[in-house]
Write a protein that binds this ligand. Structure first.
Ligand code: OXD
Ligand code: MN
Length: 586
């Protein structure tokens, strides 16, 4: 039944895009190697050193096409209000006719790949089917690494009618004719003019976050930009946490952390590094699955000291995009921990002249998750893993303490809703400016964020055992411009503090921004961080918070009357504590 609807949609799509042939993917290893062969022949892929990086390749994208383009990403709902002030909006009819024209004959002379894929573990009530049609073999191969292609999806289609169609064409790769369109009401994705991951691997941001955020609100679950990790304690018991951070802010590093407290028995296990789908179980707890089957991680800064687990994960079967390449065929990037060798080729393929980055700042690795040496034994459990804590984090060089515990679910939702973040290279635009990025979902929530906050509040009410919420910030800098906290594997010390808070085993001082660690309650034995630094990292800077509260207010006011009263009240409470006033028109 549903397979027929897929076939019907594929026929329509090929009539529109007119490819030279159509290939249905069933997900076998042979298909993957055929795709690779096609790309090795036409230069889309370059084989890396087969001894050191078996079955691994380098792809260089068009230099105009290296990151998500939020300005060219649209939500096409019947009313503009549904998309909210946080999205670019286009009417569905304008989108279908205007952008439809660009798809006419866009696949001429190319092969169209039809990729049925499953987001989520096989057999999970949370898992969902997508079908991507693409004229890019690079996108097709990447989908093989990032999702469960073929049989798992077709099997699920036998028992359910629901699938999310996604049409992708490279078009002519011109940013002038690039559009990433979402039709959440009909669960449809159209993307043209880009081959970059977040714009083109439609299972990821387009489906698993934007379309899924819409479905989640309708169906009473949550689709979040969150890593999922398990923290094992010395007794061997595991506590799962989900953490939302904006793009390129260390989610992969946190999810794959080699704990600095491993000899004491604290160890981290990876469930996912980017997206979580969360549901309430029969006992009233929140459970999370990782809808993806691979990692699309940021390469620069990844090294044996910052993320040895990722370095092992990407030793084989990996596609690297826009990294530099050494003369002996190894991938190279800034921060990899080895000096750039003579004759290094930069991300564009020319000999690197030593100025500017050799690897693109948003260069990536794409790799199957099962290769991760610390992948959690339950990462594919159809029920998902129970979540005890939710963390919100972002890059903030000032103000935001190392860790703060929310005073209640409502307060935690407010913390996430008001979160400011310094921008990164994962999206085009200026890097390092603070913008409000609620729950790290600003680029990914397909509907009015005021309704999204209301959905979070409602989910909290529906749970008997809601997770505790924490705000974290590893990115504080001192006056010398250096980070105050060592980060990476040392972040386990903060996870340990969180675990102790969950168990009521350590003290915190309650303040109007939340509960801050009591002096000495964060385990810093063996670290060179001074007590003064710890004081700065956990201090409350009233003047800074006054500005922060004002900036939050300016952001919240964009949502007008729709802003849920609980968020308004939390904001007013914060402002009152700072002796300043906030105003909302009502
Ligand atoms: C990503 C992103 O690729 O958030 O995960 O940009
Ligand atoms: Mn992401």
């Amino acid at each position: 039944m549903s397979l027929e609807s897929v076939e019907h949609w594929v026929d329509e799509t090929s009539a529109l895009t007119r490819p030279k042939n159509v290939v249905w993917c069933t997900g076998t290893p042979e298909e993957y190697s055929n795709l690779v062969d096609v790309m090795l022949r036409d230069g889309t892929l370059i084989r890396l050193n087969e001894q050191l990086y078996p079955n691994s390749y380098l792809h260089r994208s068009d230099p105009n096409d290296v990151a998500r383009t939020e300005n060219l990403t649209f939500i096409c709902t019947h009313t503009k209000e549904a998309a909210g002030p946080n999205n670019n909006w286009m009417s569905p009819s304008e989108a279908k006719t205007g952008v439809g024209k660009l798809f006419e004959g866009s696949m001429k002379g190319r092969t169209m790949y039809v990729i049925p894929y499953l987001m989520g573990p096989v057999g999970s009530p949370s898992s969902k089917v997508g079908v991507e049609v693409t004229d890019s073999p690079y996108v097709a191969a990447s989908m093989f690494l990032m999702t469960r292609v073929g049989k798992p999806a077709l099997d699920q289609l036998k028992s359910s009618d629901e699938f999310v169609p996604g049409l992708h064409s490279l078009g002519d790769l011109s940013p002038d004719r690039r559009f990433i369109l979402h039709f959440p009401e009909e669960r449809l994705i159209w993307s043209i003019g880009s081959g970059y991951g977040g714009n083109a691997l439609l299972g990821k941001k387009c489906f698993a976050l934007r379309i899924a955020s819409w479905m989640a609100r309708e169906q009473g679950w949550m689709a979040e930009h969150m890593l999922i990790l398990g923290l094992q304690d010395p007794s061997g018991s595991k506590t799962y946490m989900a953490a939302a951070f904006p793009s390129a802010s260390g989610k992969t590093n946190l999810a794959m952390m080699v704990s600095a407290l491993e000899t004491e028995g604290y160890k981290v296990w990876t469930v996912g590094d980017d997206i979580a789908w969360l549901r309430i179980d029969e006992e009233g707890r929140l459970r999370a699955i990782n809808p993806e089957a691979g990692f699309f991680g940021v390469a620069p800064g990844t090294s044996v000291s910052t993320n040895p687990v990722a370095m092992h994960t990407i030793e084989k079967n990996t596609i690297f995009t826009n990294v530099a390449m050494t003369p002996d065929g190894r991938p190279w990037w800034e921060g990899i921990g080895t000096p750039p060798p003579a004759g290094l080729l930069d991300w564009r393929g020319g000999v690197w002249n030593g100025t500017g980055p050799a690897a693109h700042p948003n260069s990536r690795f794409t790799v199957p998750a099962r290769q991760c040496p610390i992948i959690d034994s339950d990462w594919e459990d159809p029920r998902g893993v129970p979540i005890s804590a939710i963390l919100f984090g972002s890059r903030r060089s000032t103000l935001i303490p190392l860790v703060t515990e929310a005073l209640s679910w409502e307060h935690g939702v407010f913390m996430g809703a008001g979160m400011g973040a310094e921008t990164t290279a994962a999206a085009t635009g200026k890097v390092g400016v603070v913008r409000r990025d609620p729950m790290a979902m600003l680029p990914f929530c397909a509907y009015d964020m005021a309704d999204y906050f209301a959905h979070w509040l409602a989910m909290g009410k529906a749970m008997k055992h809601p997770p505790a919420i924490f705000r974290v910030n590893w990115f504080r800098k001192g006056e010398n411009g250096k980070f105050l906290w060592p980060g990476f594997g040392e972040n386990v010390r903060i996870l340990k503090w969180i675990l102790e808070r969950l168990r009521g085993k350590t003290g915190a001082r309650e303040t109007f921004i939340g509960s801050l660690p009591e002096d000495g309650s964060i385990d810093i034995h063996g670290l060179s961080v001074t007590r003064d630094q710890m004081k700065t990292l956990t201090a409350l800077d009233r003047e800074g918070w006054r500005r922060e509260a004002e900036e939050m207010g300016a952001f919240f006011r964009k949502f007008g009357d729709k802003l849920p009263p609980a968020i308004r009240d939390e904001h007013a409470r914060l402002a009152r504590s700072l002796n300043s006033s906030t105003q909302y028109q009502s």
